[in-house]
Structure formats: C-alpha cells, structure tokens
Design a binder for this molecule. Structure first.
Ligand code: PEP
Ligand code: MN
Length: 355
C-alpha cells in the first residue's frame, strides 16, 4: 500500500542537518526543562523534545512526570519560540499532549512493536492534523514498522516521519541498539517520500558515539536528527550516559559534514560507511563467537578436557583456508586471522578453566 504523505514542514537550519530535534530524555523538573530549552534555543535549535511518559524496562525507575510536566513544555514554547515534541503511547497521552499544544508527537519503539497499541493511537488521531514520527519497533522487523506507519497514515495523518533508533539484541555489543542501517535504507527504498530521522542517542547509548552516528546518518542521506541533550547530563534521571549538554551538541553539529548529494566524494563516503557498518558487524560476530568459546571452556572444565585440542584447531585452519580460496581471498590470510581468533579463544577459555 502506498502512503499518502505531505512534507513534515518542520523548521530547519540552512547550514545544519535539516531538522534537528533536541532535548532531554525526560522532563524532570520545570527548571531542568527551561534551562535546557533556553540553552538549546541560544544555539539555534528549533524543536525541543522531552519525555513526559517514560516507558521503563523495569518497574521502580522514573516513569515521567505525566500531565504535570506538560505546562513546562508550553512555557518552553512561550519563552523560546521552539516547537515542542513528546512521546505518546496511549490515546490519553495524545489527548493531553494536544490539549497542552505539543507540536510534534512521536511513538516509541516499544509501542510501535504492538499493533493493538498502534491502532488505538491511530484511532485517537483521526481528524487531527499534527506531525507524527514513528520510531522503529525494538525488534528488526521492517514490516511491523511499515504497518505502524500505515495505521497512523490511514487515520489521516499525512505529515508522517520515521525515526531510526536501532534494534535490541542479546549479545554484548558496541551499541545499545544495533543500527542495522540496511533496514532504514530499505524503508527509504520502499517509501521514498517518507522522511527518516536518526536517533543516535538511543542507537549508541553512549555520548562518544553520538558524533560518528550523526555523521553516518548524514552520509546515508537521513532527513534529520533527534538527539538527547540535558543541561546537566550526569544528573539525568534517565539515559544519563547518552545525553550531552547543549554546548556539546552544538559542537557535534558544527563538525558534521552535511553532504551535497552531487559532490564527487559522495560515492566514497557511502562506501566507507558501508565498511564501517560491516566492521561493526564483524566485531559483534566476534563477540558472539567468544561467548560460545567461553561456554565451551565451561564444558571442558566440567568434563575435565584439555583446552587445546590440536586436531580441532588444524581442522578449523584447513576449513577456513579452503573457504577463503573459494571467496577469492588467500588461504594464508584466513589462516592468520583464525590463528589470532583462536589465540584469544584459548586465552578466554584458560581464564575459565583456571577459575
Ligand atoms: C526516548 O526517546 O527517550 C525513548 C524512550 O526512546 P525509544 O522509544 O527509542 O526507546
Ligand atoms: Mn531516552
């Protein structure tokens, strides 16, 4: 099904990536909200985000101030002129957000994974003209993401956009949520007119990953960014590790190279970002392989077996060498790579055996 879309028409800055939404993970106190907003506005930011209702993985965390925090966002608008954006997960959230004049609504990753919740949201948006951004579901399912977008679109919302915030995974990894760039790239191929905004904060989960992720999003031609920014990030009540001050955010944005699609180096940058993506996948796979190796270490310990079993090691080197030849790589290269991998596996297994 085709989506019926109109441009989001959100304010943007000529020199910066078009459309930057910035603000804290959560609206904690009136003072925190207004201080952060004023600092962001002073840096030329046009759209302020803050979570009013926070979906937390486990009970007991800060779940947002709810309706009590909505007047603070109204105040932000009045004092800074910025537009305001917040997450909605239920029809009641939609009603309250609109009552307090919130300009942009977004749907979180836990909600977009749930078709019942999406349909209830869509029904509550019927007849209303407000821009809605739909985050990808936590699981890497592009059909579910598109389905969520379709439900909102069928309710008559034409100013629609997607937010790429990465995907959950079980293994220890570099990113809090795996970017799996091929999924938003495929979304863009399937629905070319749908704006896609990148959320480097929830992909990276760490301050130092924000800048490279923003650049990667620009290199891939994303339409905007949504970044968590807090006046005192270390004291944040949620997602402290991934928030940056408005100052730092401004610095990150000032360094971004916003690529003109037609410059001659565009092809090279695209290829390099593919390489980065592949290297990240390689690192994640290596981490996964080491996890299995540690399980083997435990098994060997329980069964009183030696860590080093030469026949198995030779078998690996031979098999991988032959696979390398088939893929046009030298068998010696493969042997060297697997010697190093094996060395690290043995080191990790010895640690377990000697515990
Ligand atoms: C958020 O934006 O603070 C948030 C909760 O994001 P997500 O739905 O991507 O986890
Ligand atoms: Mn957050």
């Amino acid at each position: 099904m085709e989506l019926e879309l109109q441009p989001l028409n959100l304010p943007s800055d000529n020199e910066r990536p078009s459309c930057v939404i910035a603000g804290p993970c959560s609206a904690e106190t009136e003072e925190q909200v207004l201080t952060t907003a004023k600092e962001l506005a002073a840096k030329g930011c046009h759209i302020f985000r803050a979570g009013i209702w926070k979906p937390r993985t486990k009970p007991g965390g800060f779940e947002g101030n709810g309706e009590a925090a909505l007047p603070w966002l109204k105040e932000v608008k009045e004092q800074t002129g910025m537009l305001t954006a917040t997450e909605v997960a239920t029809p009641e959230h939609v009603e309250l957000a609109l009552k307090y004049g919130i300009d942009v609504l977004w749907v979180g990753a836990r909600t977009s994974a749930n078709p019942f919740a999406m349909q209830a949201l869509a029904d509550s948006l019927k007849g209303i003209d407000v821009p809605v951004l739909v985050k990808n579901p936590v699981n890497p399912d592009i059909e579910l993401w598109i389905g969520a977008l379709q439900r909102i679109n069928q309710a008559g919302i034409k100013r629609l956009g997607a937010i790429h915030r990465g995907f959950s995974s079980y293994d220890k990894k570099i990113y809090r949520n795996l970017p799996m760039w091929q999924i938003p790239i495929e979304l863009h191929r399937r629905i070319p007119d749908l704006p896609i905004i990148c959320d480097p904060s929830h992909i990276g989960g760490r301050r130092d990953l924000i800048a490279p992720l923003c650049q990667q999003a620009m290199d891939l031609g994303f339409d905007g960014l949504i970044v968590e920014s807090h006046c005192a990030p270390d004291e944040a009540w949620s997602d402290a590790k991934q928030q940056v001050t408005p100052d730092i955010l401004d610095y990150i944005l000032s360094l971004l190279i916003v690529r003109d699609e037609h410059t001659t180096t565009e092809g090279l940058r695209q290829l390099r970002s593919q390489i980065d993506e592949i290297d990240n996948l390689l690192m994640d796979l290596l981490a996964k392989r080491m996890r299995v190796c540690r399980e083997i270490g435990t098994y060997k310990k329980e069964h009183n077996m030696t860590v080093l079993q030469a026949s198995r090691y030779n078998e690996i080197l031979e098999k991988r060498g032959a696979q390398a030849s088939l893929c046009g790589m030298s068998p010696e290269f493969a042997a060297q790579v697997f010697e190093h991998i094996h060395e690290e596996s043995v080191r990790q297994q010895l640690e377990i055996v000697n515990q």
